[in-house]
Design a protein around this ligand. Sequence first.
Ligand code: 5AD
Ligand code: SF4
Length: 489
Amino acid sequence: MKTDAKSLPNLKEAANRTKSPIQITSAKSKPSDALKSWAKGRKYCIYTYGCQANVRDSEYLRGYFENIGLTETEEGTEADITIFNTCAIRENAETKIYGELGRMKQPSQNNPDMIVGICGCMMQEEKPLNFIREHFPYVNLIFGTHNIDDIYPLMNEIIERKNRVISVKSIEGDVIEDMPSKRFEKYKAFVNIMYGCDKFCTYCIVPYTRGKQRSRKVEDIVKEVEELKAKGYKEVTLLGQNVNAYGKDFESPITFDVLLEKVAQTGIDRVRFMTSHPFDFQERVFEVMGNYSNIMPALHLPLQSGSSEMLKKMNRRYDRNIYLDLVQKLRKHVPDVNLTTDIIVGFPNETEEQFEETLSLVREVVYDSAFTFIFSPRPGTPAARMKDETPAEVKKARFLRLKELIDEQATYTASKFVGQIVEVLFDTVSKKDKTKISGYERHGRLVHVDGDESLIGQIKKVKITSSRTYSLMGEIIDDWRRSSKSWSN
Ligand code: 5AD
Ligand code: SF4
């Protein structure tokens, strides 16, 4: 098969940041007649890895595929086009993909028309792209995070010319509005408010794989939320790598609190947002959170390390005291806030004392839960070039100590919900037992109750009867069947 390498990734170029203004454009890709006739009666499958930005990108791809008449299947080996939307944040996210791709070998031999595609952050890096190019000859479509809107011409190239196509752009990126989209959920939606990141934390690959920070216009975001509300959506999560830097890239900058307030004023039942960065945090966000009951009392505030020296080496631009001060202010405005975080253990040459500073900060703050990671060197980032003498076993042992503390705190904070009445937006019926249903309460805790799928999409009051580390169990108390029963008694 001939390879048409239109463009290849280049991590160095991807780190360039210019002052040139961000282009806001509309989706322009149109399907050819040949593509439309190819799609007739065929199926697609998308496997999504990584963060919510990838989930949203997969929703765009679903939109493009459904618009040409492809139907979805959950099994990639049965599809005519299977896409792996990949993540590059840590090495294990990447190695997992190679195993998954292997499953496509046989089906692609049985179906010579099959398109096996790979996209997402991992394809923005030279090394994994070249590895796939060499070891997975049946992967015939490779594209990146900046060119989802090129999906039709890229597919066309394969269908009409039987070429293998590689098209990855290492650019700052633009904002493309009006891309087709088919969302995964009916009541909860992710809404991008910005793309990319300019923070360049020394361990992180994201600024290279997703380009420069580009904010969407307030009007476009508010319009999207209003449309979702009109369709019956109950919850939106505003998405960005660093939402507190929202609007900094505009010619006349605005701040995230202004956007958050406008979104709350749409009257949609629930507003969440993620992820925040302590450096860019405006205190007014806390005030807005406290003033609007439809902004959920939850904040994900990545810490990364409790040691100011480590934070400096990570290029985080805040220190231990600034972080602690922020948490204090947050709790003043939103006393019942559910506080979660991300922590990296084993950053190059982290000492025992520095690690213990993380433990002591965690003890002081008391988190509701946390994602904890062992540092994973990402080629091309400054931290990957730092000498690291700490043995892997030491890192693993620290990781387990931290995990134990976090689990202890999560168990304790969950137990405080027992006996309380919470509001749950139900979204999932248990796969194993159709009489069990779950959803999230306002703080973001997972709640399980007895109930059936008629409750999906509804917000109900639930009395919490017991707790586990990462979930709560309860009983619906405003269910009409129960109240009519008690009335007839
Ligand atoms: N190694 C380990 N964890 C990382 N994260 C980002 N990059 C790395 C890395 N190279 C973690 C950070 C971030 C979360 C999304 O992933 O904690 O907040
Ligand atoms: Fe990565 Fe830091 Fe940007 Fe978050 S803020 S995406 S950790 S560079």
